[in-house]
Design a protein around this ligand. Sequence first.
Ligand code: HSE
Length: 325
Amino acid sequence: MNNRRVIVKIPASTANLGPGFDTLGMALSLYAWIELSVSDKTEFRYYGDQMNGLPGDKSNLIYKVAQLVFDEAGVTVPELSVSMYSDIPLARGLGSSASAIVGALVAANSLIGNPLSENKLFQMATRLEGHPDNVGASLFGGIVVSAWDGEQADYVRIIPHEKLEALVAIPAFQLETEKARHALPSQISMADAVFNVGRSSLLVAALACGELGIIRHAMKDRLHQSYRAALIPGMATILERAEEHGALGAALSGAGPTLIAFVEAGSPDKADLERFLLDTLQREGIEAETLWLLPCVHGPQVTVEDKETQPAVPLMDRIKGDIKV
Ligand code: HSE
């Protein structure tokens, strides 16, 4: 283990997909990278502006999550060298914290020879994140349907339809998940619960069977999106009208503020849909960036190197052909 260097590439994720609150997640083709090795002295190297301000000591999330893996496996690795770069914007509803947790779990486990099973990592990730949807998608890739009772998380993975594409509109402002969860009521009506059970079940069946035409009837929600609308100006209009602009369906991505719309590959409406999302947000005074993404069908990609025979390459040199900017 002392000679190992581990590099992990972890996908972003979108949670809920509309009705599947805390249950549905999809991995997306936007990534973070974590490099981990044993060191004489703990050190952190963060690349990219958005990492500014993250703790550079042992209170760091990556370090703490790695230590949980070592404790669970009964090994002691007090000093680590950590490098990280992420294309996943922070606090925008694209699973940046889930990707950091999953990346740290997978990298630390790999560093010590993978004693913990993938399912064990999923249980740990769900507990750390507080819900299984983002971490499940980042860990397993594809579409992940999961349920957690506070003790045990169960999941089934669905391979996304090969023609599914996603457009995300990422507002420039951040929205902490905790704030977006505080906007939710503590109770809902039986009618709304039945509405969401129906839509979420329909959506899972449509995604599993590749019935893309059903998505527009299924991506409807009464559990969380309307309560969060005040936090994301323009959201209500986008969710109501995205289908008129060629979307198969649209949703708030996770707790927001990012909005996600799905289209079928080759749709002639892609440019119109993108314009509609940007114009709607702009009319509300919200600056946003759009990205066309694909469902990511795999979980973290791990590279393990021998430090003695394979020279160290700075993380940014290693991934430069792969990053977004
Ligand atoms: N399911 C969670 C929520 C996702 O909507 O609050 C947060 O990332």
